[in-house]
Design a protein around this ligand. Structure first.
Ligand code: FAD
Length: 475
């Protein structure tokens, strides 16, 4: 006899585990199935984000930033250290500990919220009188039945055609987070968020990093002023970022990897590196899910087709996160997970896709929400812009971190904030104020009239709002 639940969630990444907890909070009987296994052979819920994504990348960014500060920036504070050394195994071990703590935290939350966790691969097996039958294949196989199923199976790194990941020479995000020795030369294909973050980590630790990007513009989706400032800062740090390239043959040998490519000027080039990280996008995890068995509709790229409420073509089968359309971000997956759990419980869950923030955790950080200036121009929308540089912010000067600025775009007539773009220190934290204002459909004048603590980086947000009305106080 199958174990019966109100909701079965397949996948315990940020979309799935959050959906499971919210559904349980709402009084539903919930099962969550996840296949991820730690290197020690234990269940490791948390998905890409916890195991090989957001969390480990931020742990490495933090460690490498400490190293960079010690090597290059402490002296200006009058602090010098002799005999500085790097224990890479310890640095990576710390990252693994952070990951494990997060895995264990999720298992604790499941217990606390009475979510039944099953370690194994879940697949949709059949429609039943009760709802849907889901088979779990793991150490022990299980038959489950759910009135509702939430598919939250996430995504995996996309490989270059004909160049599979071996995680030794050709690295996905997984191998990029555990290179055993700092490479002398590291190549990266793709200057998106993951490529730039991983490139920053290994450059700070001592690698010579070359990033090859096919698109003609650096960070094409980002506000142009912000992208230019970020490119300038990252290049100054030593990242060699080449845009407009066409990747040719990639060969591996005992010596490493060689990449033939055509540069933006059309010249044939060759890059020889110890390892090559390929970060050219991600593909949805729908193989083995049983989509064909039950008739779950996928699009031509393998994403589960859903409406804006995350409903699939099958009654009471939902899908959230990276496996469906929209930005591949952990917080977008979480918001969808909460909204679906609430809809199942008869509430009115809602996700505002217009106010999802984006962050790149380089130094300087890049963060934005809403429309870019180029998008507003393309729409023909009448807007006002105001910006304020961190150079003129007292806290940034005290921190010794004055690169970048805050830029606010507001409707010319109503003053409603349409987009906020930040490049600079702690942009990842500062963007939250912009998201709040936009969620409440606030105006630049609202930010300008809110009292911001002094001295803080957030004063740059207030000053940028004042700049929209051409009345900055500190510039
Ligand atoms: P996932 O996190 O991919 O989780 C899906 C889970 O389902 C996995 O555990 C998988 O094993 C499991 N699964 C798959 N199929 C089955 C099955 N049939 N049965 C059982 N289990 C199954 N996003 C941010 O917002 N901020 C960041 O800073 C950030 N940094 C990133 C850094 C890197 C290097 C990478 C690769 C990604 C990063 N992301 C970041 C993106 C973020 O990780 C994803 O958007 C997020 O993890 C998507 O969540 P999800 O729940 O949809 O899927």
């Amino acid at each position: 006899m199958a174990k019966q639940f109100d909701v079965i969630v397949i996948g315990a990444g940020p979309g799935g585990y959050i959906a499971a907890i919210r559904a349980a909070q709402l009084g539903l009987a919930v099962a969550c199935v996840d296949a991820w296994t730690s290197p020690a052979g234990k269940p490791a819920p948390g998905g890409t984000c916890t195991n090989v994504g957001c969390i480990p990348s931020k742990a490495l960014l933090q460690s490498s930033e400490h190293y960079e500060q010690l090597n290059h920036h402490f002296a200006e504070h009058g602090i010098t250290a002799k005999g500085v050394s790097l224990d890479l195994a310890k640095l990576i071990g710390r990252k693994d500990t952070v990951v494990r703590q997060n895995n264990e935290g999720i298992l604790f939350l499941f217990k606390k919220n009475k979510v039944s966790f099953f370690h194994g691969t879940g697949s949709l097996a059949a429609k039943t009188d009760f709802g849907w039958s889901v088979k779990v294949s793991g150490k022990t196989d299980e038959d489950l039945e759910g009135r509702h199923v939430i598919v939250a199976t996430g995504s995996s790194a996309r490989a270059l055609p004909g160049v599979p990941f071996d995680e030794e020479l050709i690295l996905s995000n997984d191998g990029a987070l555990r290179i055993p020795a700092v490479p002398k030369k590291l190549g990266i294909v793709g200057a998106g968020v993951i490529g730039l973050e991983m490139g920053s980590v290994w450059r700070r630790l001592g690698a010579e990093v070359t990033i090859l990007e096919a698109l003609p513009e650096f960070l094409g989706a980002v506000d142009r002023d912000v992208a230019k400032e970020a490119q300038k800062a990252l290049t100054k740090q030593g990242l060699d970022i080449q845009t407009g390239v066409r990747i040719g043959e990639v060969k591996t040998s005992a010596k490493g990897v060689s990449v033939q490519y055509t540069d933006a000027a059309g010249a044939e080039q060759k890059l020889s590196v110890n390892h090559l990280i390929v970060s050219i996008g991600r593909v949805p995890n729908t193989a083995g899910l049983g989509a064909d068995v039950v008739g779950l509709k996928l699009d031509e790229r393998g994403f589960v087709v859903v409406d804006e409420d995350c409903r699939s073509n099958l009654a009471n089968v939902w899908a959230v996160g990276d496996v469906v359309r929209g930005p591949m971000l952990a917080h977008k997956a979480e918001e969808e997970g909460v909204a679906v759990a609430e809809r199942i419980a008869g509430q009115h869950g809602h996700v505002n896709f217009d106010t999802i923030p984006w962050v790149i955790y380089t130094s300087p950080e890049v963060a934005w929400v809403g429309k870019t200036e180029q998008a507003l121009k393309a729409e023909g929308r009448d807007y006002k812009a105001g910006s304020f540089p961190f150079m003129a912010n007292g806290r940034a000067r005290a921190l010794g971190d004055t690169t970048g600025f805050v830029k606010i775009l507001a409707d010319a007539k109503t003053d409603e904030v349409l987009g906020v773009h930040i490049v600079g220190p702690m942009a990842s934290e500062l963007i939250a104020e912009a998201v709040t204002i936009m969620e409440f459909r606030g105006a630049a004048e609202d930010i300008a009239r809110i009292c911001h603590a002094h001295p803080t980086l957030s004063e740059a947000v207030k000053e940028a709002a004042l700049a929209v009305d051409k009345r900055t106080l500190n510039l």
